[in-house]
Design a protein around this ligand. Structure first.
Ligand SMILES: [Mn+2]
Length: 365
């Protein structure tokens, strides 16, 4: 009787166990189906967004962490998306990553400033650029999300040339990009580096950019192989300017056009806020990079050729007499002065067809 009872007891236990296993397996597969469906819907969202103006930040493609913030990102060949996400969240039919080198590049370009250009014509020539100067390649997933920051004041003629030349180039480079013109309000003395900091902050409010290109409004690359993206080290892009006889003026030169990943930018606490007037801020930025053990990456002199639109010195942008003294103390000041101490107020935010214009009050010395 005892043996019989034990047998029944054991059989019951086995049956309960089997039932439990069956339920577990059923639930597991059901949840999996839901998950796949959910991630598919998520991945469709960004594409749907292409057809409407992108005022709001586009949803990140399932990424919660910024790949560039990841210290494992090394080397120019590493793609900036995390590989494991493909396996779990990207269905097979989802866009493939763009190639490391865009097949659309044409190489050397003719750049001239004697024919006037109109915004209407530029818009017609670039039908795929979305409101606010946003673009993302249609048939592949861009490797980087690039915010292009242009410090600005009263240079509308230069900006037209910049848009005329750069939009086609940036599209051929297969970048997911946005153009931000940061306009200093009022007539106080100009502050380029502070405007760059503002551009960084404001662009990140719109989209999860992981790369920032800082460009003067009057510099145009003469070769589209000079890709406006980020590299394993901070990049100097305007390496051979016509203004300097197509040569680098000095080895530490970091002015004109440069790029930095979010991680690189944060490592140096952004840029100085207290360089008022012309000069010095680019050398301060170089000192910041060097003090953090970073080096400058550059394209070859051939690929890095660019033209500057000739102009007279702007009013309220005289050479800053304090610049030499400030550059000498970057290492002591950089941790207090930078993105962590930035103050400004947005006066106006305008979305134009080919760029986003943010007018800001950056104060005065
Ligand atoms: Mn200039």
């Amino acid at each position: 009787m005892a043996a019989n009872f034990s047998l029944i007891h054991r059989t019951c236990k086995l049956v309960v166990l089997l039932c439990f296993l069956h339920i577990s397996v059923t639930v597991f597969f059901y949840v999996r189906t839901l998950d796949i469906r959910f991630s598919f819907v998520q991945n469709q969202q960004p594409r749907a967004n292409l057809s409407r103006p992108r005022h709001d930040p586009l949803p990140a493609r399932g990424s919660r962490t910024e790949p560039v913030d990841n210290s494992t990102w090394k080397g120019e060949d590493r793609q900036m998306d995390e590989p494991d996400q493909d396996a779990t969240e990207e269905p097979a039919k989802e866009l493939e990553k763009c190639p490391e080198t865009s097949p659309l590049l044409v190489g050397p370009l003719r750049v001239e400033f004697n024919i006037p250009v109109s915004l209407e014509q530029i818009k017609k020539d670039n039908p795929n650029v979305q409101l606010g100067g946003r673009f993302r390649p249609r048939d592949c997933l861009a490797l980087q999300k690039v915010a292009i920051i242009i410090p600005f004041r009263k240079r509308d003629e230069h900006l037209k040339f910049w848009l005329y030349y750069l939009h086609p180039i940036l599209q051929r480079q297969q970048l997911d990009y946005g153009v931000y013109v940061i306009n200093q309000d009022g007539d106080e003395i100009f502050n380029r580096a502070k405007l760059l900091n503002v551009g960084y902050m404001e662009a990140l409010k719109e989209y999860d950019y992981n790369c920032f290109v800082f460009s003067d409004v009057d510099l145009i690359p003469m070769d589209d192989r000079n890709t406006y993206r980020c590299f394993s080290q901070p990049r100097h892009l305007s390496v051979s300017m016509d203004k300097f006889g197509f040569r680098l003026p000095y080895n530490q030169y970091f002015g004109g056009v440069s790029s930095m990943s979010k991680e690189q930018y944060l490592k140096i606490n952004g840029f100085p806020n207290n360089y008022w007037g012309w000069g010095g801020e680019d050398d301060d930025i170089y000192n910041r990079l060097a003090s953090k053990g970073m080096s400058i990456s550059r394209p070859s002199g051939d690929v890095g050729k660019c033209r500057m639109i000739r102009h007279n010195r702007d009013k309220q942008n005289d050479p800053n007499p304090q610049r030499f003294d400030r550059i000498a103390h970057t290492r002591e000041t950089m941790h207090k002065d930078g993105i962590n101490s930035l103050t400004y107020s947005v006066v106006q935010l305008e979305k134009f067809d080919l760029f986003t214009k943010i007018t800001v009050n950056v104060g005065k010395p």
